[in-house]
Write a protein that binds this ligand. Structure first.
Ligand code: NAP
Length: 285
């Protein structure tokens, strides 16, 4: 029920109609009987500054940030976490006495299902497909896990170079190794954590896969294969990996867990992760 005391949360992006965040956050809010509502806000890039000022004026408590604002919002905030600075993007913002503060919970979201397997980070050898925004959070997550050699495959060597240079002077610069797609057949057998951060195979292109069956044959059967995509479930990439006997993780858990960390921050109380996950599973059916 919306009351006179209901507090406002939301997500900004452009477009935003595809966002699943309102579904899972409002399901959790209802379950907790918290006096909040979480709304989608389509904010064109040129209106971002005005929107943030408006949020301050109307007392918005906190909000999620998605494409295309994850990077451009950073200079508009009063402060950002070290992790958000390292990732180079903010996805969660809340109000403080000094103004808006931003962090990046995609790293928590990415790590949560891996931690559930009790893996030893120093023994993991990740191979990351793609070098875009999500890959940055994944690389930071792998470094936090303790991985010593983080392979990244991209199709544009200039972008790979820029990515590595963005971490100049930090430990990430030395942990990351850059590769092009033609190197994949030689690298896949050495990796025990293969992660797809490209949109290849995402609905409606569900027959596509970033790794062919032939190349997958080189993957070790004890590898973990992680696809950040959550529609379809499973992707063709994960279906092939399953036939190799690999352990699978799809993108839904990352989505749920990054949202759970954000909601816990806004509400300052534990949140029902199971309710959030179930609401998305029901919605995606
Ligand atoms: P992005 O910034 O656009 O990055 C996409 C990356 O994939 C880029 O490196 C791009 O290469 C590469 N790529 C795209 N098409 C390719 C192709 N045909 N062949 C080779 N490489 C290709 O997007 P993003 O924000 O990182 O998101 C990537 C995926 O992760 C999306 O499917 C998104 O839904 C998913 N995601 C999931 C979660 C979650 O919570 N589960 C969170 C974030 C993102 P170039 O740089 O050369 O263009």
């Amino acid at each position: 029920m919306i009351t006179g005391k209901t507090q406002l949360l939301g997500v900004i992006g452009y477009p935003i109609a595809h966002s699943l965040s309102p579904v899972m956050h409002n399901a959790a809010i209802a379950n907790l009987k918290a006096d909040y509502v979480y709304l989608p806000f389509p904010i064109p890039p040129e209106e971002l500054g005005k929107a943030i000022a408006g949020f301050s004026a109307i007392g918005v408590k906190g909000f999620s940030v998605t494409i295309p604002h994850k990077i451009t919002i950073m200079p508009l905030l009063g402060g950002v976490s070290d992790r958000a600075r390292l990732v180079g993007a903010v996805n969660t913002v809340w109000r403080t006495e000094e103004g808006w503060y931003g962090t990046n919970t995609d790293v928590d979201g990415f790590l949560a299902p891996l931690k559930a397997f009790n893996i030893e980070g120093t023994k993991m050898k990740p191979l990351i497909l793609g070098n875009g925004g999500a890959a940055r959070a994944v690389i930071v997550g792998c470094a936090e896990l303790g991985c010593k050699d983080i392979g990244v495959i991209g199709r544009d060597s200039n972008k790979l170079k820029e990515l590595r240079q963005s971490w100049a002077g930090t430990s990430l610069e030395n942990l990351m190794t850059s590769h092009t797609w033609d190197e994949l057949p030689g690298l896949i057998g050495e990796s025990n954590l293969l992660i797809n951060t490209t949109p290849i195979g995402m609905s409606p292109h569900i027959e596509d896969t970033p790794v062919s069956e032939e190349i997958f044959e080189r993957l070790s059967a004890d590898a973990i294969v992680y696809d950040l995509i959550y529609t379809p479930r499973p992707t063709r990439f994960l279906q092939i990996a399953r036939s190799r006997g690999a352990t699978l993780i799809d993108g839904l858990e990352m989505l749920v867990q990054q949202g759970a960390v954000a909601l816990k921050q806004w509400l300052n109380q534990p949140v029902p992760v199971d309710v959030m996950r179930q609401s998305l599973e029901d919605y995606l059916k």
